[in-house]
Design a protein around this ligand. Sequence first.
Ligand code: DGL
Length: 276
Amino acid sequence: MNQKQGPIGVFDSGYGGLTILEDVRKQLPQLDYLYLGDNARAPYGNRSFDMVYEFTRQAVLYLYEQGCPLVILACNTASAKALRTIQQVDLPTLDPDFRVLGILRPTVEVIDSLTKSRHVGLVGTPGTVVSGSYPIEIHKLFPDILLTAEACPMWVPLVENGEYDSEGAAYFVRKNLTHLFEQDPEIDTLVLGCTHYPLLMSQIKRFVPKQVKIVSQGNYVAASLKDYLHRHSDIAERCTMGGSCHFLTTESEYKFEESASLFVKRNVKASHIHLG
Ligand code: DGL
C-alpha cells in the first residue's frame, strides 16, 4: 500500500483557487501546499463534462505523482463535473489511500445557518449551474431550501483578464444579479459558487440588496479541511509540515507570477508544467 507523504495539492482551472488557498493557509499555515493552475486550458466553465473530467483527472494524477496525499479541487466547475467520477472510478484503482476533496459540500453545509427566508441564490459558471450539483447537494441536506441559480459566463474571463474593477465588469455583474433577484426577490443569501468571484466582491456588493448575506467559500472550505484532517489522522500524518507553498501552471510561469500576485497580494514564483 502506497503511503505517500507530501504537500496538500490545490487545483483550479486558473487563478480562482488562489482565493481558497489563501484562506486555507491562514487556518493551516504549518502545512505544505502545491498549487496547480491549468491556466493554458482555462476557463473550464463552458466546457463539456468529458473535457472537465479529463483535464481534472490529468491534474489530479500529476499532483499525486508529485507526492500529494490529498488534493483539493479548489474549483466549483471541477468539483461539480469531475469529483464524483474521480472518487468512484479513478481512486480505487490508483491508490485507495489517496484522497481528493471538492468544495461544494463545505459550502452547502453552512447555508442552513445563514438563510432565514430559505430562499438562496447561487451564481456560478455555466458548467456548475448546468450540472445541477448545487441543488442536488443542498436538497440532500436541506430539502426546504429554494435555490435559484444564475449562470454568469462572463465573470471568470473578466477576472482572468484583470478586469474585475472595470465598468465592463460592473455591466455584467449588474446584468446577472438583476436577473437573479428578479426571479426570486426573497433571496436572503447569495452563494458565490465560483472561486474567481471573490475578486468581483466590490462590484457584487453594489448590485445585491443590502440585507443579503454574501457567501464566499474560502473560510468555509478552510474550516472544513481543518475538521477533516482532525477527524482523519491517517491522512493528516501524511501531510508534510514545512509551511511552504509552490505554484505550478500549464501557461507561462511569468504570466502566472504577474497575475497570481493580484490574487494573493504578494510575489509568487511559479514553474511551468505540461498536462495531457
Ligand atoms: N474557478 C472555477 C470555479 O470555481 C472556474 C473557472 C473556470 O471557468 O475555469 O468554478
